[in-house]
Write a protein that binds this ligand. Structure first.
Ligand SMILES: Nc1ncnc2c1ncn2[C@@H]1O[C@H](COP(=O)(O)OP(=O)(O)OP(=O)(O)O)[C@@H](O)[C@H]1O
Ligand SMILES: [Mg+2]
Length: 363
């Protein structure tokens, strides 16, 4: 199997001794949309810059379509990069900005004009072709940056927080456009973002990075239903997390003693030994909110107080303050709750098979 992009035990230590990336393995298929998420400083940009060829690799290999690009300068790689601030040339017009990469590649005039016209048409940039980029709105600048990245017809587009500069509303619509565009052009996208909601909506797969390492590589759905580490479970903000102590494990179902009682979950990754600190992660999607007085006594449950109720169309968002003070948000169908429904206390119930038990991180 030949991948479009492959990272093999990729590592980077800066000359000043800062370790930025370690043991990074990844295989990306042609046309896949892969996002890197993780806290600031975890190595996202450094990895992207190594793929683009702007940063030397310390150890390991980068393969593009099976070819080791280790010795290839950036302009010869079949990649194109879009940076957070777009890095447009202020003294040039929109058309000149887009044309620039083709001049660097020494394309003939006629071919250059054909490609520039094509991409401007596709991204609706015709009407502003002769404007200076300093005169453009955030969304327009973003589109010019995309056009400039795509006009060279890369096999892989690398995007480093390309929506970071946009306000929330614009961001949503540009996100949508970006996804449509990616589907149409069929090229591989490697997308770096701080916003995990963005990664969850856009990506085929997500890489969660932590301290230079890839903690988990999986589909968005797997990521929030089956985190492979306590770090990932916490990082994906939709989970209810309980710290506890491992009691035992049978047939892949572990029992954990938590301050809120003994609860169960499926083990993912190494099974913590009895007595060891463990973390229980319950995806809020798997949770049902019921009147505590009516909840089955012998089922796994958490008891709390209904703190808020927000109607969003036919959905309702319930805010619950749990016994340990933790706030949980559970979404459900509005018709399940009568308008005046306000029990003394509520219970969160779920199928233990939907919860995940993970080893607690070593400090
Ligand atoms: N040129 C450099 N020289 C030395 N250390 C660097 C250099 N560039 C980055 N680093 C360090 O490498 C680590 C990874 O940085 P990187 O920029 O890749 O993180 P990031 O995940 O992109 O963070 P952010 O979300 O803030 O953009 C950090 O500790 C950073 O301080
Ligand atoms: Mg960065």
């Amino acid at each position: 199997m030949r991948y479009d992009l492959e990272l093999v035990k990729l590592g980077k230590t800066f000359p000043n001794g800062t370790p930025a990336v370690a043991e990074f393995d990844l295989q990306v298929q042609k046309g896949e949309f892969v996002s890197f998420v993780g806290p600031s400083g975890c190595g996202k940009t450094t990895t992207l810059r190594m793929i683009a060829g702007f940063e030397a690799v310390s150890i390991g290999d980068i393969l593009i379509q099976g070819r080791n690009v280790g010795d290839m300068p950036p302009e010869r790689r079949p990649t194109s990069t879009i940076f957070q601030n777009f890095a447009l040339f202020p003294h040039m017009t929109v058309r000149q900005n887009i044309e620039y990469g083709l001049r660097v590649k020494r394309l003939r005039g006629a071919e250059r004009s054909r490609r520039v016209a094509g991409i401007m048409e596709r991204l609706g940039l015709g009407p502003i072709a002769d404007e200076r980029t300093t005169a453009l709105s955030g969304g327009q600048r973003q589109r010019v940056a995309l056009a400039r990245g795509l006009v060279v017809e890369p096999d892989i587009l690398l995007l480093d927080e390309p929506l970071g500069a946009l306000d929330a509303n614009l961001r949503k619509s540009v996100q949508h456009e970006l996804k449509l565009l990616q589907r149409n052009v069929g090229i591989t996208f490697v997308f770096v973002t701080h916003a995990q909601s963005e990664a969850l909506t856009l990506s085929d797969r997500i890489v969660v990075m932590n301290r230079g390492r890839a903690e988990q590589v999986s589909t968005p759905h797997e990521l929030y239903t089956r985190p492979q580490s306590a770090f990932v479970a916490r990082f994906i903000g939709r989970n209810i997390i309980l710290d506890g102590r491992m009691l035992g494990c049978a047939d892949g179902i572990a029992t954990v003693e938590t301050p809120s009682g003994v609860l169960r979950g499926r083990v993912n990754g190494p099974t913590p030994s009895p007595g060891a600190p463990a973390v229980l992660s319950i995806p809020s999607e798997a949770v049902d909110v019921v009147d505590a007085a009516q909840a089955p006594i012998d089922a796994d449950r958490l008891v709390g107080r209904l703190a808020s109720r927000l109607l969003i169309g036919t959905a309702v968002q319930l805010g619950i303050t749990l016994g340990d003070g933790q706030e949980a948000t559970v979404e459900s169908h509005a018709s399940r709750y009568a308008p005046g429904w306000a029990p003394e206390s509520v219970a969160l119930v779920w199928d233990p098979a939907d919860a995940t038990v993970l080893a607690a991180p070593t400090p």
